[in-house]
Design a protein around this ligand. Sequence first.
Ligand code: FCB
Length: 474
Amino acid sequence: MTIVRADAEPALPSVAFPRDFVWGVATAAYQIEGSTTVDGRRPSIWDAFCERPGTVAGGDSGEPGADHYRRMAEDVALMARLGVRAYRFSIAWPRVRPDAGAVNPAGLDFYERLVDELLRAGITPWATLYHWDLPQALEERGGWASRDTAHRFADYADAVLGRLGDRVGTWTTLNEPWCSAFLGYGSGRHAPGRTDPSSAVAAGHHLLLAHGLGVAAIREHAPAARAGLTLNLFPVNVADPASEADAEVRRRIDGLQNRFFLDPVLRGEYPADVLADLEPYGLGGVIGPGDLDVVSAPLDLLGVNYYRDLYVSSIPDEHSGPPSEWVGAEYAGFPDRDLPHTDSGWVVNAGELTGLLVRLHEEYPRLPLYVTENGAAFPDRAGASGMVEDHDRIAFVEAHLRAAHAALQKGVDLRGYFYWSLLDNFEWAEGYAKRFGLVHVDFATQRRTPKASASWYSRVIEDNGLQENDDRAR
Ligand code: FCB
């Protein structure tokens, strides 16, 4: 379904973003690097998961990725040509402390080269410590369901910060811990593919603890740097606003997806209803004395990954029931709606981003906010010129930038936007079939070809905003 606007629709005005608004792009180590067995890297849970038949579409894995490990300098030059101001990338734990043991200097060397290359190109490095690639050796010792993993993360963070703390100004501890915990250990749709609700809940708490320990490492080694966390937050809407049963599902899903993470980090406590919902799964039992003080260490910013809203119902559908990421709400249904969908099957509902940002601004202690991921997969066929004319993607980004701007006008302290992703890459359980890049990657040759959206985004950056009817204007 197309999302490019029809000519008859009313004109959309030009919008200017604040001076110093950060325009970036994002990637993650396992999705782009490839070279999974070189320079001392050892397997992560994703390498192991990909080897299990039936887990990843097409039997794909992080090899070859976008071969970024070997093409890093070329990719930084590409970003410089696009005029990108900041680059959000992740560091691979299995390169830095393979098998969760001693530090592997060769793994750190790669990120040092990357950061130096970015700084030379005038691009601000924004490093994420954990984007889902737990060393498999740690999974074998219990993974995120084990409290010890949070302490091993602290050792890893210490090694990274010790090397790069002097030149990376912004750090994100974790990317989307909800996915690591509830997709990884609940529904098993992501690595490590476990399906035990109590382990999912324990993993969620241990990831939050790891976040807090990571912040401590950032403060120790890089006192001038900014520390943050990136969450995938979803507005939750109900199918039947008159139904009390739907309201109950909405409360539970919002609790699991949003408040389980926001409240401990920003308010120092789990919400009472979430504690009660998850008591049968042992949440109370995994929270150690003093944990919430560690988890709620003051932050400098919050990263928000926004792709779509959730639309929930108390009427189950064919996907409802265990194993499920919705611990305690396994019966929930997710009805379809008459809205455009991306190639991932995700609805396009840009306007909901405004309300999400306003909710954070109004309901939580205020922090600078950044949209650290937003983007879309589309089929991306090359036109006669050989160029991918991805006007659906341009319309998608334009609509989300307008929604972000509407939040700014309501007083939200939004400081930046990162498009996901710079390059087509390994889209986790969806393999290489789902293309999110501004830059097309031919995975057989690794040739990079910027799509129409790349030049469009460059001009948005240059203009620091949108022109009238932007998806058609340029
Ligand atoms: C997010 C992930 C990112 C990417 C996008 C499409 O949930 O953080 O790695 O896969 O979705």
